[in-house]
Design a protein around this ligand. Sequence first.
Ligand code: GDP
Ligand code: IMO
Ligand code: MG
Length: 427
Amino acid sequence: MSTVVISGAQWGDEGKGKIVDYLASQADTVVRFQGGSNAGHTVTVNGEEYKLRLLPSGILYGGTTCVIANGVVVDPQCLIEEIDSMNSRGVDTSGIRISNRAHVVMPWHKLIDEAGEELRGADKIGTTKRGIGPCYIDKADRIGIRVCDLIDREEFAAKVKSVLRVKNLLLQNVYNREPLDADEIIREYNSYAERLRPFVCDTITLLNDQISAGKKILFEGAQATMLDIDYGTYPFVTSSHPISGGVGIGAGVAPKKIDTVVGVVKAYCTRVGEGPFPTEQLNDIGDKLRTAGHEFGTVTGRPRRTGWLDACVVKYAGQLSGTDYMAVTRLDILDTFDEIKMCTAYRVDGSIINEIPASLKVLAKVEPVYETFAGWKSDISSARRWEDLPANARRYLERMAEVTGIALGIVSVGPNRDQTIVLKNIF
Ligand code: GDP
Ligand code: IMO
Ligand code: MG
């Protein structure tokens, strides 16, 4: 197998970064295909933590090509900060390639994201305020600025002036903000352009040539299925397609060229921001999950909402992405629980339903049907083989595979590379 998609199966922060980093040791190329700096992927190597927002999680292996493909929205300032921070820690960043078709996050996107949330008040989405939604809006509105424009001084200046005329009217008259100065932005972004220019290329050709040459490519999803703009809990979603299908649009790689899909599943469930979360535990259990799992956002530092594993959601993610294998992460966080619950069905108005309701009103009144498992009450962080796991942990995992219809591929029992149990060779 040479092309593998890694996609989050819940509401994000499943540990995609760890799984991508683990598999990247075997890959030639790692590709981000959607989202932007709203992602926060933490990778731990020899006890040292690296927090990645735009850079693919393959960057920690020297020599890996790391592609930021056309479907990503790129905040150049954030990307340069990340590159500088990696360089200061001795990480080789020469393998970065940025699509000339990717859209650029501009200062007005971040201002409008923040001001829009403020105006929505109680109806806010709880965005990361990184300008992601407004940048994708401009892409669809055909007034976005792309990386190929960023590195063309004349084109860039003309576009900024033209777009800013309208954005300043919006900022002043709708959002009650100060107008932005075009010349200042052009100067600032020209300096970013010079830093990023050497990395810019046609990543569509690059990736398709690599696939033809039989290279091993990992596509790293950000966010997750339940945050997908079509399939998630709309409107409490992000503005891109984290499901495996997002690769076709976001990287210019045809669906038939994808060999394997891995869904990353946290052994319990978390969500950041607003929106429905049927298995949420607003009680001692939720608090214990948050404390044991240090569940605070990488990007915003917000406490994550916590709850039991929702196998209905994982099954849905499997259908949408054609998931071959699950990579179950953070199983070790459940080590101290006396009992563990898994939602295996939804009941609405007394009847079991076989779908994820589109209506948030219906989703809000879904009653999760739980199965209860005895905890294993032991430290599993040093387990390296399936047989090393306690029987109760194996039972929990096996039931997860049974309910979702997705085979187990990887089980992760800690943030480090070696804390990984491999049940299927993914590449
Ligand atoms: P991502 O956004 O999906 O990449 O996930 P995040 O990086 O936001 O959050 C996952 C957190 O869990 C990170 O701090 C990882 O280092 C950590 N992690 C990943 N796998 C495991 C695991 O199996 N056990 C533990 N204890 N931590 C893990
Ligand atoms: P990773 O890749 C968890 C959530 C935000 C908010 C909603 C919309 O680390 O799993 P946006 O800024 O995208 O417009 O916010 O989506 N969100 C995430 N939640 N993990 C993420 O990324 C997320 N990226 C966005 O909290 O609810
Ligand atoms: Mg994250």
